[in-house]
Design a protein around this ligand. Sequence first.
Ligand code: FMN
Length: 318
Amino acid sequence: MIEIGNLKINGVVLGPMAGVTDMVFRVLCRENGADLVYTEMVSAKAITYNNKNTKELLTTDENEKPVALQLFGNEPQVMAEAAAMIEGYDFDMLDINMGCPVPKIVNNGEGAALMKNPALIEDIVSAVSHATKKPVSVKIRKGFEEGEENAVECALAAEAGGAKVIAVHGRTREDYYFGQADWDCIRKVKEAVKVPVIGNGDIYTPQDAERMLNETGVDGIMVARGAQGNPWIFNRINAYLKDGTLLPEPTINERIQMALRHARMEIDFKGEYIGIREMRRHVAWYMAGFPGASKVRDKVNLAENYEALEKLLNIYLQ
Ligand SMILES: Cc1cc2nc3c(=O)[nH]c(=O)nc-3n(C[C@H](O)[C@H](O)[C@H](O)COP(=O)(O)O)c2cc1C
């Protein structure tokens, strides 16, 4: 059990993924055992400009709670202003992105670039913590680049600023998502701070989850890519951690039914034109390993409506 301010959760969470963890996917992961879900990252500056594209990113559903809303930015005052503006929205924790590696963000001094400046981390977390009553958290990496592995220093700065929980992805910005995550840096952060720590990086199976807990001593674990096309992973991890039960992997029929329900929910939320296009990548993940998947995937990528998608997937029903 992790206590984050007033929020009490078991520790198996869905990590934030831009373009993936929208409201619909978060609801599906919660239904399948995730204890906490994170939104896609949202620009603090865009919130303060009342940018209408951020509206959808800020939308949450009661069935996904508890949910952490993730902001990115690098100016303490702007971040605090954004936090105050969304205080009335229905989310449970405010997370600050300190890990995004993409050049567009990093070159602005945002995302993982914050790790080059622990004093700024403390200022941002402190400004945001004063602007909201919700618990504030951060998600950091191992460091910015090799030779600058300062996760412990950044975690201590975030804690000093008032962060209530710290998630650590065991890769540097330079690593992006490649290679193997370094869990030892997660252990070092856990040993250094008093607030709860969530370990992240390369958890794809219930056994990985148990190993992360044992090797690092973290309070919770975060699954990101391992949940793509695979919301069942949370129940499977929970069962295994509880008493060693290894639940079976979902069957082909279960995958198809989940993909189609996901599509219907996505279309309800975003309309058919956008919904069906956003589903293309999810469907590819649900279909991973299906016989002849690559040919069917090509056709799915041309599907323009729900009926076409259903027809393509139903050939696999057994
Ligand atoms: C497509 C994609 C989008 C991501 N978007 C975000 C994001 O918006 N905010 C964030 O903090 N991390 C983001 N991440 C990083 C993940 O939350 C996570 O830290 C990383 O994928 C490592 O965990 P994993 O090995 O379980 O995937 C993203 C990762 C992927 C693959």
